[in-house]
Every structure is written in structure tokens, then in C-alpha cells.
Write a protein that binds this ligand. Structure first.
Ligand code: ZN
Length: 57
């Protein structure tokens, strides 16, 4: 019956799915975006992908 409160914050990092770009786990602490087809991605990865598309002329 011991309640360890010190690690509660870390345990709150829950997985929300995998990034559709880098395939790594997304945790609730990351900045991420959710797409209409229910896939998710890191905000950073999405931005990089966007820039790549823009960069292709
Ligand atoms: Zn990613």
C-alpha cells in the first residue's frame, strides 16, 4: 500500500501511437498532430515532410 507520488508525472507520459513519418512512438508530452485518417505524427516530422514537398520544384 505504498503510494509513490514522485514518479507519477513520468507515468503520465502515455503513448498515443506511432509517428507516420519516423515510426517512433508518440507520447503525450510530444508536440504531435493528428490527421483526419487517424494517423498521427510528430509536429517536427510533419513540418520536415512539408518542407520537403515545398522544396521539390
Ligand atoms: Zn516522428
Amino acid at each position: 500500500m505504498s503510494k509513490k507520488k514522485t514518479w507519477v508525472k513520468k507515468e503520465k507520459l502515455m503513448s498515443v501511437g506511432d509517428c507516420r513519418y519516423c515510426k517512433k512512438e508518440l507520447v503525450s508530452d510530444d508536440s504531435f498532430v493528428a490527421f483526419a485518417n487517424h494517423t498521427k505524427a510528430h509536429y517536427k516530422c510533419m513540418k520536415e515532410a512539408d518542407e520537403k514537398v515545398v522544396g521539390q520544384k
